[in-house]
Design a protein around this ligand. Sequence first.
Ligand SMILES: [Cu+2]
Length: 65
Amino acid sequence: MVTLHVTGMDCDGCAKAVEQVIKTQDPQASVTVDLGSGRVEAQTSFPPAALVAAIEAAGFGAKPA
Ligand SMILES: [Cu+2]
């Protein structure tokens, strides 16, 4: 499980976009996004740094929570 804190999400579309970014990296990932807190949990064996880089490339801020 990877838990990230993501900034820059302000609507459901953003939450979906972040979820899609993670699933593009790991199609098997199960992703939970809490829009209010910016907390993103992903059931994945991918390294957090790879997910952070992908989310940042999509225009959001991300760091391991
Ligand atoms: Cu949005």
